[in-house]
Design a protein around this ligand. Structure first.
Ligand code: GH3
Ligand code: MG
Ligand code: MG
Ligand code: MG
Length: 287
């Protein structure tokens, strides 16, 4: 596991790292708690944070709180606090501040390894639950809720002055495919369209045969080009299931992020553009 260690003493950091590294763990050590927090925020691979309660400039409890917020934003992160003064008050305070566990400093190798095995069990289960909660089971891409959440997170990173664009697409006359060939072939068609949507952005299934794409740091002109490329790719698809391979098309709506915008607004405008694509002949891209 990738473990972040925080303590004011380099000797303590070295000693604990020397216990962890031979067991295959990757250790990143900090004497400064604010730097540790920034690192954990930016580094998704960090699974465990082990911090002394006596750290600076953020105290250990404050660091626990901040790390807990990360864990609540769908990131499995196990927080262990350490203190040389093991007393009930430290323990209760640490757990109340969002720590998952508490160990005495210096930890014995047996105790440390046992606690890390517990951390591994829990974070593995958490990752799997997060993955299941975010994934659409038919297509394996993000479900609606996860798509919107990740789009919101991206909007926050892009900020007011950055660029961002959205694409909505919906399979044309999809009911006919279900009616003519059955629901299983319809499902296969949804999966086939979905496989074409491998773009560098956030891709989700918004509902039945409707998909959303958010492209951070891209203007509408690039989203339009992407949508046009995807439109052609879908047009070239041949779905098996009928007497002859089935062809299908999609309609696309594109919108662009502006200062003060919301994800709901961005998606709504893409939806209006998509509706226009539907009413003006389908198999087209409207911005
Ligand atoms: P339009 O061109 O206007 O989009 O026409 P459409 O027939 O595609 O209309 P609409 O988008 O309203 O129809 C969606 C249909 O998709 C209705 C529903 O029965 C079907 N559907 C929704 N989810 C699934 C699914 O998971 N599998 C299958 N096979 N069909 C689904
Ligand atoms: Mg429709
Ligand atoms: Mg449709
Ligand atoms: Mg639809």
């Amino acid at each position: 596991m990738h473990i972040v260690l925080v303590d004011t003493s380099r000797v303590v950091l070295k000693m604990i790292a020397a216990l962890l590294e031979p067991n295959g763990h990757t250790v990143t050590a900090f004497t400064n708690s604010a730097e540790a927090l920034a690192y954990v925020e930016d580094t998704a691979s960090v699974r465990v944070l082990i911090t002394s309660l006596e750290v600076r400039p953020l105290g250990g409890l404050e660091l626990c709180w901040s790390a807990r917020l990360l864990a609540e934003s769908n990131r499995p992160l196990y927080v262990i606090t350490m203190s040389s003064a093991r007393n009930a008050r430290n323990l209760a305070e640490a757990l109340d501040s969002g720590a998952d566990d508490f160990i005495e400093k210096p930890p014995t190798p047996e105790e440390l390894h046992a606690r890390l095995r517990a951390a591994e069990r829990l974070t593995t289960m958490q990752s799997e639950l997060i993955r299941l909660a975010e994934t659409d089971s038919l297509t394996g891409i993000l479900n609606r809720r996860a798509f919107l959440q990740k789009a919101r997170d991206a909007a926050e990173r892009v900020g007011d002055h950055g660029r961002m664009a959205a694409i909505l697409l919906d399979i044309d006359h999809f009911k006919r495919i279900n009616d003519e060939y059955g629901h299983d072939v319809g499902d296969a068609a949804i999966q086939a369209v979905c496989r074409e949507l491998a773009v560098e952005g956030i891709v989700g299934r918004l509902g039945g045969e409707e998909f959303g794409i958010v492209l951070p740091h891209r203007p509408a002109s690039e989203a339009e080009a992407t949508a046009t490329r995807l439109r052609r790719a879908v047009e070239s698809l041949r779905i098996r299931g009928g007497r002859v391979p089935i062809r299908l098309t999609c309609s696309f709506g594109v919108s662009e992020w502006f200062e003060g915008d919301t994800i709901e607004g961005l998606i709504k405008r893409a939806d209006i553009a998509l509706y226009e694509a539907k009413t003006t002949g389908r198999n087209r891209v409207v911005s």
